[in-house]
Design a protein. Sequence first.
Length: 102
Amino acid sequence: MAKLSNLEPIIQEILEKYEEARNSDMNLYHIYCTKYGVLNEYKFGEIFINENYRKSLGLYTFGSVERCRRKLQERYPHLKCDKETDNARYDQFKETLNYIGR
C-alpha cells in the first residue's frame, strides 16, 4: 500500500469538487472508490467485507480516508463540513467519550 501522504491530494481534490463529501464520510469514500479508484459502483460493498479485494484494487481503508478528511478539514477551513454536521460529529464524539468512561 502506498504512503498516506499520497492519499491527501486525492481526498483534497474530492473535498474541493464535491461539497456533499465534506458532510459524509461514506459519501466521500464512495466517490474515492468509484471516481478516483478502479472500483465499479456495483462492487462498492465488496471492499468492506473482502480485504483482499480492496487491497487488490490498491484502495485505502475507510478509516484512512476518514482520518485524511479530518486532517485536511483542520488544515483548510474552506473544506469544512456544514455547521449541522459539525455539531452532530461533536455530539457523537462526546457520546463516545462517555461510553469509554472519560
